[in-house]
Design a protein around this ligand. Structure first.
Ligand SMILES: *[C@@H]1O[C@H](CO)[C@@H](O)[C@H](O)[C@H]1NC(C)=O
Ligand SMILES: *[C@@H]1O[C@H](CO)[C@@H](O)[C@H](O)[C@H]1NC(C)=O
Ligand SMILES: *[C@@H]1O[C@H](CO)[C@@H](O)[C@H](O)[C@H]1NC(C)=O
Ligand SMILES: *[C@@H]1O[C@H](CO)[C@@H](O)[C@H](O)[C@H]1NC(C)=O
Length: 300
């Protein structure tokens, strides 16, 4: 099967996860790797760390989500194999590079993961609250968006922070796998930053109330760009700046997962109802278990 097909299945699967809230058959509890007291608002599995350590390494953020959509941070955690450790009291975002370096956006600036000590340490010299960050694949460059919506480009091992004037009023940033930067502003318009130019992405809904941007994993060889959900309607934005509505709607009208990650493609993670689920797609397909799980989630 081509990776893109798996990716689509993965997304479809994750997004369909809440479609059938009543547990009936094929209880998937065996796939629950964490259960907490708060909503899980971000999951970042580090594939390079998993490969290197031959262990499950999954970072996540907990928060309470208010009715107006605002979030109260409840901590940054890592699951290493079967044990969960709190790394920091607050956290707004997580991203990492191809070498397994992982960074966190926190109230006090950027933190980074120390795998030997299983702890997070302050990185660089920004002391402002960071709300979103994106790490280039292998250059060591980090983009960090402050709560005042200034975008910093951080280089030289954290010691150099330059304001990036190309980007104004950004609420969230993401990089695609070839390191094009995307952001959306307070009107939920999506922009792509390429060289010195900022291009507004056309073809997306006007003024959606909710915008989610997702990096298309490096394993998906066929597509460069990002995937967005505009009021839960899925679109692809290609690295050439064009967008198309995804041919699949992934059953999104019914589904409201709080976080998910397709980073791994073959192993991926979804958070629903304060739990983190781990799905090994390929194994499930091969073993035939997949269809049973899909059945559970009312997928087909
Ligand atoms: C982690 O948990 C799984 C499932 O309970 C178990 O099979 C595995 O041996 C555990 N790994 C370690 C290192 O304890
Ligand atoms: C990302 O970095 C890794 C490791 O340096 C490299 O092998 C890979 O080709 C890079 N991917 C892209 C899309 O540039
Ligand atoms: C980056 O900074 C860390 C911590 O100060 C240091 O241990 C490391 O050697 C530095 N790396 C480079 C490439 O300068
Ligand atoms: C942009 O990229 C997509 C995906 O590779 C392709 O289908 C489309 O034709 C391209 N559009 C332009 C204007 O180059």
């Amino acid at each position: 099967m081509k990776f893109i097909a798996i990716f689509v299945i993965a997304l479809h699967y994750v997004l369909a996860i809440n479609a059938s809230p009543t547990k009936t058959k094929n209880d998937p509890d065996e796939m629950v790797i964490y259960q907490g007291q708060h909503d899980i608002v971000k999951i970042y599995p580090s594939l390079p760390l998993m490969e290197e350590l031959q262990k499950r390494v999954v970072f996540f953020l907990e928060a309470d989500i208010n009715n107006d959509g605002s979030k109260i941070d409840q901590g940054l955690y890592v699951i290493v194999e079967n044990s969960t450790t709190k790394l920091h009291d607050n956290g707004k975002d997580i991203d990492g590079d191809a070498e397994g370096k992982v960074f966190f956006a926190c109230k006090e600036g950027i933190y980074t993961y120390n795998r030997k000590e299983n702890k997070a340490y302050k990185y660089g010299n920004l002391n402002e609250g960071i709300i979103s960050l994106a790490v280039e694949n292998s250059s060591g460059i980090i983009y960090a968006l402050t709560k005042n919506h200034d975008l910093y480009k951080i280089s030289d091992n954290g010691s150099k922070s330059d304001v990036d004037n190309r980007v104004k009023n950004a609420l969230e940033i993401v990089l695609d796998k070839v390191d094009n930067l995307y952001y959306y502003d307070n009107e939920k318009n999506v922009y792509q930053v390429k060289d010195q130019r900022v291009n507004k992405i056309e073809g997306l809904p006007k003024n959606p109330s909710k915008m989610v941007m997702i990096k298309i994993p490096a394993l998906v060889a066929d597509v460069e760009g990002i995937f967005v959900l505009a009021d839960d309607v899925p679109y692809f934005i290609y690295s050439n700046g064009t967008s198309i509505r995804s041919p699949q709607n992934f059953g999104l009208t019914k589904t409201k997962p709080t976080a998910f990650s397709a980073e791994g493609v073959l192993v991926f993670y979804a958070a629903v109802d304060k739990k983190i689920y781990e799905f090994n797609i390929l194994a499930k397909i091969i073993s035939g278990v997949f269809s049973k799980i899909a059945d559970f989630f009312n997928f087909f």
